[in-house]
Design a binder for this molecule. Structure first.
Ligand SMILES: *[C@@H]1O[C@H](CO)[C@@H](O)[C@H](O)[C@H]1NC(C)=O
Ligand SMILES: *[C@@H]1O[C@H](CO)[C@@H](O)[C@H](O)[C@H]1NC(C)=O
Ligand SMILES: *[C@@H]1O[C@H](CO)[C@@H](O)[C@H](O)[C@H]1NC(C)=O
Ligand SMILES: *[C@@H]1O[C@H](CO)[C@@H](O)[C@H](O)[C@H]1NC(C)=O
Ligand SMILES: *[C@@H]1O[C@H](CO)[C@@H](O)[C@H](O)[C@H]1NC(C)=O
Ligand SMILES: *[C@@H]1O[C@H](CO)[C@@H](O)[C@H](O)[C@H]1NC(C)=O
Ligand SMILES: *[C@@H]1O[C@H](CO)[C@@H](O)[C@H](O)[C@H]1NC(C)=O
Length: 593
């Protein structure tokens, strides 16, 4: 009797802390090409596990989002507050309880748990050995073949069967994606240091008179001429603001911005932007530390939207790191670090542009969906999100055709076009690229069809028209998912942008250029709405694909090769290389007022 008493207590203790069920695989992936397993992870290496609890009412959030983004709905513009959004994404109390018990059963006290405002994410820092026990897996150090970046990851993890309903995903586990700047096509040219050639004459394009020099050098003035916004004067600068996101240690340089303003937007000289630091992000003002992507984004978005106040979000958290010492792994997926931060803010900029992305297939589907749900929350709160569509046409964005792979990552190595994420998230506006005047599709404009996200209703008509009337029957069959969310939504000039970088002028290009400049015009539209006492535009796509269609310049020639094919063609109507086309600000303004 005496001997059995403590035994009984112990059994009860375990049973109380965590009712057990057998571990069952929650997620299994194939490590993407180029990641090499170089051995077991050090057991004391600290992993910041982010646990996603199911957002029990996300469908309801989505319904609200579509109603308030539909210009024909009575609730158009009736955006939700931070608290309303949080209530809709809050996990069910049963899930909160079950996860608490599971964590307690692994000896993790409440005090070690960091919870998001909606309580739908829990972050705990645990050593590899503990993470392996919790997830019934083994972590390894993986090195990237191309640049030696290292990460601590696993290709599968398990949870007790009864926990599957209460945990949507846990990362970083199977996440091997590498956020990259859409910069592959940046062609910095020192030959363009002098001011753009004196304007000699004008060209008529999109029904506008445009300086002839704009055919070879794009400036803020060129874009305002081409997109019909020359005379617009922002008036809601006390309420309106625009933001750019920076990742990968990119610094936006104040001195470069001043030179740019002196060159292109003289009235803006001496004005600047705010920098918001997230998760150890940097903004080093040493001229030689300026980032081309950050300089481009800030100069064109703020140059177009001036005097609208601007913010540069600089988010840290990316490889490389040294996984052999017991410092915490800091390669948290940076979009989630950014989302955590912005979703926790009471007030948000009305327009935000991001020029970064990944091959969709390198982001586990569960994770892509959860990040996309975060973008939906921002849309519901009235934020317009623009993302560059990528620089690889239908391909994987690798500018080198020799190493460009268009093969699936599912172990079968089937040849497929490679769409980009987050552009493929249906709750953001994906921006492709054009070049020259008259405008034609630029040959690198990223486009195609998602393999994760179904085609949203708002683009059903436009995309079906393309698939049935423009794309010759049977073209590229099997290479893309015709039922998927199609990108891009819109486009804009994307090459020969004149910026100042590290003290020198030069030309640069990529959908990295079209997204922030398109965002500049969206910010002006928000200005028009706010100055008329109307709410901001929020999630744009339901508007763009209905009333907006007639306010775009349809781009009907050019193609963007990739995966050893000529890719899709720009055609009459929507197409998967220029979307609905490039904006006519004047017409859009009339539509949104
Ligand atoms: C602009 O440049 C392109 C490419 O060189 C050329 O095809 C086009 O004719 C030029 N446009 C005008 C109006 O000269
Ligand atoms: C910018 O600031 C400098 C120094 O204070 C001043 O001399 C200059 O006039 C200002 N320029 C503009 C356009 O405000
Ligand atoms: C920067 O932030 C401050 C404080 O929040 C605000 O007053 C100011 O208007 C902001 N400036 C810009 C350029 O966004
Ligand atoms: C800023 O960048 C410069 C040039 O790369 C570097 O020497 C300096 O250490 C950096 N400063 C900080 C605080 O990182
Ligand atoms: C970040 O940039 C700074 C220059 O600003 C450089 O000194 C540092 O090595 C970079 N860090 C990483 C991780 O790339
Ligand atoms: C797929 O490609 C990878 C990387 O090139 C290779 O290791 C693997 O053996 C291939 N699998 C098949 C089924 O061909
Ligand atoms: C693109 O247009 C060319 C010329 O009209 C045509 O031959 C080709 O089939 C088209 N390709 C696609 C994918 O639509």
């Amino acid at each position: 009797m005496l001997a059995s008493a403590p035994y009984l207590l112990a059994v009860l203790g375990i049973a109380f802390a965590a009712p057990q069920s057998a571990p069952k695989i929650k997620e299994r992936v194939h490590a993407p090409r180029d990641w090499i397993n170089v051995g077991a992870a050090p057991t004391n290496h600290v992993v910041p596990l982010r646990i996603a609890l199911p957002q029990s009412n996300f469908q309801e959030l989505e319904r609200h989002l579509y109603e308030i983004s539909d210009p024909d709905h009575a609730r158009y513009g009736d955006h939700l507050t931070k608290e309303e959004v949080e209530e809709l994404v809050a996990p069910h109390p049963d899930s909160v309880h079950a996860v608490n018990e599971w964590l307690a059963g692994h000896g993790i006290p409440e005090g070690d748990c960091v919870r998001s405002p909606a309580k739908d994410w829990i972050t705990v820092h645990v050593p590899v050995a503990k993470a392996e026990a919790m997830l019934d897996t083994k972590f390894h150090v993986w090195k990237h073949a191309k640049d030696e970046d290292s990460v601590v990851r696993t290709t599968s993890y398990s949870l007790p069967e009864h926990m599957h309903a209460h945990i949507e995903l846990i990362q970083p586990t199977t996440l091997f994606n590498r956020i990259t700047g859409h910069r592959a096509t940046f062609r910095f040219s020192g030959a363009q240091e002098e001011a753009p050639a004196a304007t000699s004459g004008t060209i008529t394009a999109n029904g506008q008179e445009v300086d002839a020099s704009c055919n070879t050098t794009i400036t803020v003035s060129c874009l305002k001429q081409l997109y019909n916004a020359v005379d617009y004067v922002p008036a809601a600068t006390k309420k309106n603001s625009i933001a750019l996101t920076g990742y990968l240690n990119q610094s936006a340089n104040f001195a470069d911005l001043q030179q740019f303003y002196a060159d292109q937007v003289p009235a803006a000289v001496n004005s600047t932007f705010n920098v918001t630091f997230i998760n150890g992000g940097v903004n080093n003002q040493t001229l030689s530390a300026a980032g081309a992507e950050a300089d481009l984004d800030v100069q064109f978005a703020l140059g177009i939207a001036f005097p609208t106040p601007g913010t540069f979000y600089t988010t840290g958290g990316s490889p490389p790191f040294i996984p052999d010492i017991d410092t915490p792994d800091d390669d948290n997926e940076p979009y989630t670090a950014w989302l955590d931060f912005v979703l926790a803010q009471k007030t948000l900029p009305q327009t935000i542009s991001t020029s970064y992305g990944d091959d969709e297939q390198t982001v586990p589907e569960s994770f892509a969906k959860r990040v996309c749900a975060g973008f939906a929350q921002l849309g519901a709160r009235g934020v317009s999100l623009l993302f560059s569509s990528g620089d690889g046409g239908v391909g994987d964005g690798d500018p080198d055709p020799e190493t460009q792979t268009c093969q699936t990552n599912d172990g079968r190595n089937v040849t497929k076009f490679i769409p980009g994420f987050p552009a493929s998230c249906p709750f953001v506006t994906a921006v492709g690229g054009t070049i020259h005047i008259p405008e034609v599709a630029v040959d690198f404009s990223g486009g195609g069809f998602s393999n994760y996200f179904a085609r949203p209703l708002y683009q059903e008509f436009a995309v079906t028209e393309f698939l049935t009337k423009q794309l010759p029957k049977g073209t590229y069959e099997g290479l893309f998912n015709p039922a998927g969310r199609a990108i891009p939504d819109v486009s804009g000039q994307a090459d020969n942008f004149r910026i100042f970088f590290r003290g020198r002028a030069g030309l640069i290009g990529g959908t990295s250029a079209s997204s922030p400049s398109f965002a500049g015009f969206v910010s002006l539209l928000n200005d028009a709405r706010l100055s008329h006492g109307l709410p901001p535009l929020g999630f744009l796509n339901p508007l763009l694909y209905t009333r907006g269609v007639s306010a775009f310049n349809d781009i009907t020639s050019g193609n963007a090769p990739g995966c050893g094919t000529p890719g899709f063609n720009a055609t009459v109507g929507w197409d998967p290389i220029t979307g609905l086309g490039t904006p006519d600000f004047g017409k859009l303004k009339d539509i949104v007022l």
